[in-house]
Design a protein around this ligand. Structure first.
Ligand code: ADP
Length: 481
């Protein structure tokens, strides 16, 4: 197949979360499976300096945005055979300090920035010499892509590509004042409750859901959850109506990047058969964080966005209660000020027990995954979650709330003692999380059981190669339209 991805972030070029990991890894896996793959993404500040091998295409974009034209360039890179990255270079929109926001406030022109990006992606799909037959759009930033393609096919413009929309997180929909719809230059017939309109606002993700040939989410359980009022973020009815073309496919992990045997970030390589290196990584991490270097004390860790979604309120509550036990905790994260302050205060209250690093640090993320005994992911909701999948491979037992992809990827002792690789709890409360942490402390006292949990997790295979066939099937359905 000939597939063009459109995404506002792609690892290793840009990243704020799991979206970037998924797009980069799935793109590569599809190319390795023999498909022709392109990924179109914005050229953010610093990318061209970090990837000087990128070349400018002889292609000048000039796209209508309401009543003016906006220009842009296209730069490309071929990281491997069959895979081309297309960077949309428009400095006014993308040469900024951050991807979506600055100082906690979204950029005021995000609708304009990403509608332009959608138009650029659709334009590329139409004129690329290799003629993509399907556009795979990811999240609200490219939600308008299926709607723009729909309009092209309505106008009878040659072979319009089929479209697939993946919802990585329904909580982010790209909702803007109605007037911003003008930026699409589409007739108003697309701006109604069956299309891009949401209570007299433009809803970019809804536009994608309305017009995509198929819709996917990043875990089977989340696909079911988003059709319920509790998780539907106001779009559950709209999604229920489209249930027959909604599919849940669990994300994979890029084991070239996330492995414990050949990893430049890890001082001591280790594997399921040679676990000794894990203990050495733990000691080194304790040293790095200024925590007492004690092998006998279990170390719990979190690498996360500090957002309400991630259950940070109950995590703070549970740790407040549990840190008086013989345990240590490390957090690497950034996000909402209230949680940043909350965790910094926690570290002050429990010196020598809790270490908190506010910021974004890829290397430290790997060292925490490797050096910890348990990882905490008490999310309120979780479309897929990658951190727990990495933890499993790193032999770090995940403690997760049984929701979305967390429930799909982790196996609890109560489900099957033989295959258990993590601890699940259901109720969204600090008390329930504290109880799960107590279970972890008990498991830690039983080395054989702990090893079984670790090895079970390390043996799980979430590699993308296997998942590719599921996307091929869904793309096939989209192509039939
Ligand atoms: P989400 O996409 O909702 O943020 P995921 O668990 O799917 O959550 O993906 C999070 C990704 O971002 C993981 O690769 C994780 O290691 C990384 N990450 C999150 N916060 C940080 C941070 N502060 N520093 C480094 N990496 C981080």
């Amino acid at each position: 197949m000939k597939i063009l991805f459109a995404s506002s972030e792609v690892f290793p070029y840009s990243k704020t979360g799991g979206l970037a990991d998924m797009v980069g890894a799935l793109g590569r896996a599809l190319a390795e499976a023999g498909h022709r793959v392109g990924i179109v993404t914005p050229s953010y500040r610093g990318i061209r300096e970090r990837f000087p091998e990128a070349k400018k295409l002889d292609w000048w974009l000039e796209l209508p945005m309401a009543n003016r034209y906006v220009q842009g360039e296209v730069w490309t890179l071929e990281p491997e055979p069959g895979l081309t990255i297309y960077f949309i270079h428009q400095p006014e929109y993308y040469d900024r300090s951050d991807l979506y926001s600055n100082g906690g406030a979204d950029y005021a022109d995000n609708a304009e920035r990403f509608i332009f990006f959608c138009k650029a992606a659709v334009h590329l799909a139409r004129y690329l010499p290799w003629q993509p037959e399907l556009i795979h759009a990811h999240d609200w930033q490219v939600g308008c892509v299926p709607m723009l393609v729909q309009h092209q096919s309505k106008l009878g413009w040659g072979n319009a590509p089929a479209t697939c929309l993946t919802i990585h997180n329904l909580a982010y929909q790209g909702v803007f004042p109605a007037a911003q719809f003008g930026m699409t230059n589409l007739p108003l017939e697309y701006f109604n409750p069956e299309g891009a309109e949401f209570y007299n606002h433009l809803n970019c993700l809804k536009a994608g859901i309305a017009f995509a040939n198929v819709i996917t989410t990043v875990s089977p359980r989340y696909a079911r959850e988003i059709t319920t009022e509790e998780f539907g973020c106001g779009l559950d009815g709209f999604l229920r109506d489209r249930r027959t073309r909604l599919f849940g496919i669990l994300n994979g992990a890029d084991y070239d990047e996330w492995n414990t045997t050949e990893n430049p970030y890890l001082p001591f390589p280790y594997s399921a058969r040679k676990l000794a290196g894990k203990a050495e990584n733990k000691q080194k991490l304790q040293h790095e964080l200024g925590l007492p270097e004690k092998a006998a004390v279990p170390l719990f860790g979190s690498v996360t966005r500090l957002a309400e979604q991630k259950g940070m309120d109950i995590q703070l509550g549970a740790l407040e209660e549990m840190l008086s036990s013989d345990m240590q905790f490390v957090l690497l994260g950034s996000g909402a000020t209230i949680f940043e302050k909350g965790f910094l205060k926690l570290a002050q209250r429990f010196p020598g027990k809790a270490a908190v690093r506010i910021g974004y640090d890829q290397g430290l993320a790997h060292r925490i995954e490797a050096g910890c005994d348990f990882c905490l992911m008490p999310s309120k909701f979780e479309p897929c979650g990658l951190t727990q999948i990495y933890s499993l491979r790193y032999g770090t037992v995940p403690i997760v709330r049984a929701t979305g992809g967390l429930d799909d990827s982790v196996r609890d002792y109560a489900e099957n003692p033989k295959t258990a690789d993590g601890i699940k709890f259901r109720e969204y409360s600090a008390r329930a999380l504290a109880k799960a942490i107590r279970k972890a402390l008990a498991i830690y006292q039983q080395p054989d059981l702990l090893k079984k949990f670790r090895v079970n997790g390390m043996k799980m295979d979430f590699s993308w190669g296997k998942i590719v066939t599921e996307y091929e099937r869904v793309y096939g359905i989209a192509l039939k339209r």
